[in-house]
Write a protein that binds this ligand. Structure first.
Ligand SMILES: Cc1cc2nc3c(=O)[nH]c(=O)nc-3n(C[C@H](O)[C@H](O)[C@H](O)COP(=O)(O)O)c2cc1C
Length: 269
């Protein structure tokens, strides 16, 4: 669904691209002290230094090693960020055609979704369009958080960056299936979206109506996902039957985050 010019851009955005960028940054960090030491030797100062200076140099070397180490650690953490390809904002089948053909799909082929399709689904749920988001929100407060559970772990969608940040590195789909009382539609899907809300964000302005508003917003976002899945030739079903506490634990949700829907998505079988 992407235009040719959009398809030529993705290296900057791809997962592999992100790893290369971060590895380069960490190399630069650890290389910096080496350059400093070589510059000092070229000044001709190294052999004439008193013991105090040698101690200082040793301390700087240790510091440099530590900074280099930190660079690697930062790298290991930040490769868990997966920038998604830019979403298509035009084209695709007509809305009336999508409405005429949408239906719940509960059996899927095993192959994973590519990042293009996953990004399009997440953008439909909570992406940034012309400054606001693709789904409405009471008071434009945006309490929803969308999680993705796949074979690589659990990811949180960051709308401002159109990226995923990894929250867990283990496959939680079996645990999520158990929370959904073993439903086949959940166990058989390559990707599970989990639509959640931080209700307190809305409650600060709307008080007790926030629970209602959060549920309505979860419905808006999920409908966008279901229609987009249909437009992409994918299948999906909104799952509301689950045990809240078990699902929260399976996904690793914070106590103040409420799950509203699990949406299994995949290629229809
Ligand atoms: C609030 C809500 C909760 C739902 N929960 C489940 C569920 O737990 N499992 C499931 O298989 N389908 C679930 N569905 C999907 C409905 O069963 C489905 O939409 C309905 O049978 C109509 O079929 P259609 O979506 O193909 O039009 C849910 C739908 C809604 C709106």
């Amino acid at each position: 669904m992407l235009s040719a010019s959009q398809k030529q851009r993705p290296l900057r955005c791809s997962y592999a691209g992100a790893i290369v960028t971060h590895q380069t940054q960490s190399y630069r960090r650890s290389a910096q002290p080496m350059r400093t030491r070589r510059a000092a030797r070229l000044d001709g100062a190294s052999d004439a230094r008193p013991w105090g200076m040698h101690a200082f140099t040793a301390a700087m070397l240790i510091l440099g090693t530590l900074v280099g180490g930190c660079g690697l650690e930062v790298s290991a953490r930040t490769i868990d960020r997966r920038v998604l390809p830019p979403p298509e904002r035009d084209g695709g089948p007509s809305l009336t055609h999508v409405l005429a053909t949408r239906h719940s799909v509960r059996t899927f082929r095993s192959e994973a979704l590519d990042d293009e399709a996953l990004g399009q689904l997440l953008w439909a749920a909570q992406g940034i369009n012309d400054g606001h988001r693709t789904a409405p929100s009471a008071g434009a407060l945006y309490p929803l958080k969308i999680y993705v559970a796949d074979s690589q772990g659990v990811w949180r969608y960051v709308p401002d960056d159109h990226a995923l940040v990894r929250e867990r590195t283990d496959d939680r789909r079996a645990a999520i299936t158990r929370a959904c009382f073993g439903q086949d539609a959940v166990s058989g899907a390559p990707v599970l979206l989990v639509v959640t809300a931080e209700i307190a964000i809305t409650a600060r302005k709307y008080g007790p109506r926030a629970e209602r508003y959060a549920a309505l917003e979860a419905g808006h976002a999920t409908q966008n996902v279901l229609l987009t899945a249909t437009a992409l030739g994918l299948g999906a079903v909104p799952i509301g039957a689950f045990d809240d506490a078990t699902l929260s634990k399976a996904v690793g949700l914070a106590a103040h985050v409420t799950p509203f829907y699990v949406v299994p998505v995949g290629t229809p079988r």
